[in-house]
Design a protein around this ligand. Sequence first.
Ligand SMILES: Cc1cc2nc3c(=O)[nH]c(=O)nc-3n(C[C@H](O)[C@H](O)[C@H](O)COP(=O)(O)OP(=O)(O)OC[C@H]3O[C@@H](n4cnc5c(N)ncnc54)[C@H](O)[C@@H]3O)c2cc1C
Ligand code: FES
Length: 290
Amino acid sequence: MYEIVAKEALAPVTTRLLVRAPEIAAKARAGQFVILIVDEHGERIPLTLADWYPDEGLIDIIFQQVGKTTMHLATLGPGDALYALTGPLGRPTEVRNYGTVVCVGGGVGIAAIYPIARALRQAGNRVISIIGCRTRELMFWEERMAELSDEPFVCTDDGSYKRKALVTEPLAEVLERGGIDRVWAVGPAIMMKFCSLTAMRYGVPIVVSLNSIMVDGTGMCGACRVEVAGQTRFACVDGPEFDGSQVNWDLLIQRQRLYLDKERLALERFQQKEQCRCQATLGGATNAAR
Ligand SMILES: Cc1cc2nc3c(=O)[nH]c(=O)nc-3n(C[C@H](O)[C@H](O)[C@H](O)COP(=O)(O)OP(=O)(O)OC[C@H]3O[C@@H](n4cnc5c(N)ncnc54)[C@H](O)[C@@H]3O)c2cc1C
Ligand code: FES
């Protein structure tokens, strides 16, 4: 069991959990992820290592509540424990001194781009960061990103905070100026696709982190199959980072939707169960008050 030490609501649907996992904290590197199971009946879900503290034996995971398991995870807090946790998984980011790099994070992808940007900065790169969310209330870790950036950009799709733009707009402007050696982009598949197309237009290499559906995370089940440069690759062991200019984005997006019906059903069942549990608790409280 992996104890949850702290919990923080970063946005209405985004939660940070600090989890005791000394072995993972000791080995974690930028770009890697964990697979966790919430309870003994739970499914396995992959989440990026957003940060880690080897001396304290702690790791940070940040997740958006999008379905059954992430909503279940959000009900846990300090004193609770995760049933299972495996990691660090995946190939770490190839950190080198490239020169000037652009790190783009979209939505919850900000959690994943943060350790990558930090490692690239520590390796001597000049880091330009671009973070974007749909709206103001979804923004988080802006200060953390600004601290490690030589030039930070912040935008929202609806203009409710800082610049009204999709992340591809400042990305294109920065690339237009020239002198960029490499781009990293992490976020929704559609965002990474358009960042890749933008970087390709300027002939600049781009690395993306693919969020395909995963089960075992060890290259055995094939669930995370993606197509890169016309070849089948497994995102969990060959990635999750790949050359964005070579990814078959349409296949990735199509495969992400494979289990939509089942995911919807699982969420409905979970919500019904939670409602029953709340009613039972409220009923108990009312009876006790009488
Ligand atoms: C390497 C990797 C790192 C990730 N890191 C993060 C992170 O740091 N924070 C975060 O919020 N999310 C992250 N994700 C996505 C996260 O795993 C899914 O949001 C989560 O599994 C959804 O589970 P659910 O039961 O709550 O929702 P579901 O109802 O299962 O699905 C809701 C949506 O999430 C997608 N999804 C479902 N299962 C997976 C899966 N196993 N992998 C990817 N997408 C899935 C579905 O296509 C669907 O659109 C990461 C995914 C990968 C592959
Ligand atoms: S998750 Fe099973 S092969 Fe990658």
